[in-house]
Design a protein around this ligand. Structure first.
Ligand code: URA
Length: 437
């Protein structure tokens, strides 16, 4: 076979041609080893962004990414292994509730998560709001906890899918993030390396999501499910709305409190609904329930019977966290100052922009604006009104929990601008928009 040259593969993709699996693997392996330089990989990524990839190419890319590093082998553990992934949004507390709920249902759920960046939150930062809780676990700790408890939430180790870390950093600075095959390769490679048999994908759609338009979210969901299934695992996807934030909190300790509320039977209905819908998918996919209705009934009873809550407490203890702080959430980190945002007029909340809420939470310290920045665990936004609620002039709409004061005024203005109040009551907000396949 003739020697491959990166420039030939770049040119072929630039002209709309297709690469073979061997060519994709050669390029990716060469990049991970340092033989293919950043500038050639960046040029190829841009060609993919503009020209797209066939499904066969996306399968080859995903497989090569998975095989760029180690994989978690859960096969020695009894029970079905399940996992979930969200494409990211504001106030997405789902993982903190869903993981212990799956373990309470007798499934094994080892969830590798990330940190927040930009306007979206990250589960690892949220969990670190629980004093002492460790998320950097060794493989031996992770497997032993999965065996004993059925649930783990850990930081992505550098051993899994090193190709994704390298590619993501390059994509972030070369304008090549929004490409469906590249997003699919990135998400699926991490899920496949995580060792689960059945995986549900929460594809967020709307103002606070990567995919703002329904057609784009559907195309991403379709690609994820189809490529994922071709790689031998069971995948399904729900397209869920990120037009307004899910739940009422955006921020680390605030979202832990909210998760505790749902686990103890009190939390916001929209968050609970999305958890039940995603969990129901996993029960059906893994053969633990025959229908979505049966799955839902079982999950509701595990929430009401406190089984999921007890699993959450056990997870906190197993990972070294202070269980008193979850039994009494008043002990969780708090912001130094809380300021209200009030309604400028009366009427109905017609729009509540998820992206702006996430940005405001980030500005007061809940997120990072640059990599490596420290987050303030108590900071964030608490929403007191959501779409459809009737409000009177001067009524508090939200509270800003201020950790980092330097951008407080900007955050206040952004949060105020996130609410649109109209005279007419709007229709009910969308929640679970579509299921695939
Ligand atoms: N989430 C990921 O993990 N990767 C992407 O490329 C986009 C969203």
């Amino acid at each position: 076979m003739a020697t491959m040259r990166a420039v030939d593969l770049i040119e072929r993709k630039r002209d709309g041609g297709e690469l073979s699996s061997e060519e994709i693997r050669w390029l990716l392996d060469g990049y991970v080893k340092g033989d293919v330089p950043d500038y050639q990989m960046a040029a190829w990524l841009m060609a993919v962004c503009v020209r797209g990839m066939s499904e066969g190419e996306t399968v080859a890319l995903t497989r090569a990414m998975v095989e760029s590093g180690g994989q978690i082998d859960l096969s020695s553990l009894p029970g079905r292994k399940v996992d979930k992934h969200s494409t990211g949004g504001g106030g997405d507390t789902v993982t903190l509730v869903l993981v212990p709920l799956m373990a309470a249902a007798g499934l094994v759920c080892v969830k590798m998560s990330g940190r927040s960046l930009g306007h979206t939150g990250g589960t690892i930062d949220k969990l670190e709001a629980i004093p002492g809780l460790r998320t950097e676990l060794t493989m031996a700790e992770l497997l032993s906890q999965a065996d004993r408890l059925g649930c783990v939430v850990a930081d992505h180790t550098s051993e899994l899918v090193p190709a994704d870390r390298l590619l993501y950093e390059l994509r972030d600075v070369t304008g090549t993030v929004p490409s469906i095959p590249l997003i699919a390769g990135s998400i699926l490679s991490k899920k496949l390396a995580g060792g689960a048999d059945a995986i549900v994908l929460d594809v967020k759609c709307g103002d606070g999501a990567f995919m703002r338009r329904h057609e784009d979210a559907r195309e991403l969901a379709r690609t994820l499910v189809s490529v994922g299934n071709r790689l031998g695992k069971m995948f399904s996807a729900l397209i869920t709305s990120m037009e307004q934030p899910l739940g009422r909190m955006a921020g680390n300790a605030l979202e832990v409190r909210q998760a505790i509320d749902v686990l103890t039977g009190a939390g916001p209905g929209d968050l609970r609904e999305v958890v039940l819908a995603l969990g129901g998918e996993l029960l059906v996919l893994s053969g633990e329930a025959r229908s979505a209705d049966e799955a839902r009934e079982r999950l509701v009873s595990l929430l009401e019977g406190q089984e999921a809550w007890n699993k959450f407490r056990s997870l906190v203890v197993a990972q070294g966290g202070d269980v008193e702080a979850v039994d009494n959430p008043e002990l969780l980190p708090r912001a130094m100052r809380v300021v209200e945002v009030r309604a400028e007029r009366g009427g109905y909340v017609e729009k509540l922009a998820a992206r702006a809420v996430g940005q405001a939470a980030g500005m007061v310290g809940a997120g990072r604006e640059v990599k490596g920045q420290a987050v303030d665990l108590g900071a964030g936004v608490e929403l007191l009104a959501k779409v459809g609620d009737e409000v009177v002039r001067g009524q508090p709409l939200a509270r800003l929990h201020i950790g980092r004061p330097d951008r407080y005024e900007e955050a206040h203005a952004v949060l105020e601008g996130a609410f649109r109040i109209a005279s007419e009551r709007p229709g009910p907000p969308a929640l679970v928009i579509e299921r695939l396949p």
